[in-house]
Design a protein around this ligand. Structure first.
Ligand code: CP
Length: 308
């Protein structure tokens, strides 16, 4: 049993086996109706707690559905409604939850909360997003890219906009899966240097290019995300929009990338802010596959965590 806390702390071999497992499970379902159980039921008699301290659509629904397809049961919990939100320590919550459930997925604010949950839980813990990283999203993104274009190793991925938590996990993935990464955005919103250093230490090119048109030259994949993340104060909205307007992903920017470049966004999107509807709904966009693959990638993550 092992926790899935981040992409850079999971071995390359395990990450690859998770992606391959996700692919196999998706293929095995062969388009069956969503409520159809998988032929294999690796989570039979298992209980999974899904704890949300922040809003979610994709993570909540895809984890819940994934557990059910694999024969397990879920309890979806809001941090505010638990004693966790009223002063009980994370460590005590982790100890108690471990007596009830076989696996914990948590979406929380601080990375320290996730780390403490994992330290004191005696069952595996999955990172469903923190202010700093979002590894499950990027496992889905890697799976989606490979579905459409084959191996991601050696490709060029460009992130345009805010160097946020999802961007951090993409940079980790660059190092672990071996693709080149370019960030383009305004200096105050750069990703942490530590993440870029991690990717470079794995032997890939990880760089910052301020001019978005130059940055996307030769890109195989262009990615963006909301300009104001859940953990950013709403008071920062106007300033961020002013800083980021020049980094909008639109048709003119996509035209500078390779003709077959894919476009991804983890969603939810703010249409015509960080990306135009023309690109979101255009032929290069794979955003709906990306959202669906959260389901398959996370099922593989849960199996890996439980060793089943
Ligand atoms: N991309 C993502 O994590 O979506 P939700 O916030 O809806 O879970």
């Amino acid at each position: 049993m092992q926790s899935f806390l981040d992409i850079h702390t999971t071995s390359k071999q395990d990450l690859r086996s998770i992606i391959d497992g996700a692919r196999r499970m998706k293929d095995a379902r062969n388009g069956a109706p969503k409520g159809t159980p998988d032929t294999e039921q690796p989570l039979a008699n298992r209980m999974v707690a899904l704890i949300f301290e922040k809003p979610s659509t994709r993570t909540r629904v895809s984890f819940d559905l994934g557990v059910r397809q694999m024969g397990g049961q879920t309890m979806v919990l809001s941090g505010k409604e638990m004693q966790l939100g009223h002063g009980e320590t994370i460590a005590d919550t982790a100890r108690v939850m471990s007596r009830y459930v076989d696996l914990i997925m948590i979406r929380t604010f601080e990375e320290a909360t996730l780390q403490e949950m994992a330290e004191y839980a005696t069952v595996p813990v999955i990172n469903g997003l923190t202010n700093r990283t979002h590894p499950c999203q990027i496992m889905s993104d890697v799976m989606t890219f490979e579905e459409h274009r084959g191996p991601i190793a050696g490709k060029k991925v460009v992130w345009s906009g805010d160097g946020n938590n999802v961007c951090a996990s993409m940079i980790h993935a660059a190092g672990q899966f071996g693709f080149d990464f370019t960030f383009t955005g305004p200096p105050p919103l750069d990703p942490e240097a530590e993440w870029l250093d991690f990717a470079r230490a794995q032997g890939v090119n990880a760089q910052i290019v301020r001019d978005p048109a130059k940055a996307v030259e030769g890109a195989d994949l262009v990615v963006t995300d909301t300009w104001v993340s859940m953990h950013d104060p709403q008071s920062a909205k106007e300033r961020r929009h002013n800083q980021l307007r020049g980094y909008q992903v639109n048709r003119a920017l996509m035209d500078r990338a390779r003709p077959d470049a894919l476009f991804m966004h983890c969603l939810p999107a703010h249409r015509d802010d960080e990306v135009t509807s023309e690109v979101m709904d255009g032929p290069n966009s794979v955003i709906w596959d990306e959202a669906e693959n959260r389901l398959h990638a996370q099922k593989a993550v849960m199996r890996w965590c439980l060793g089943v």
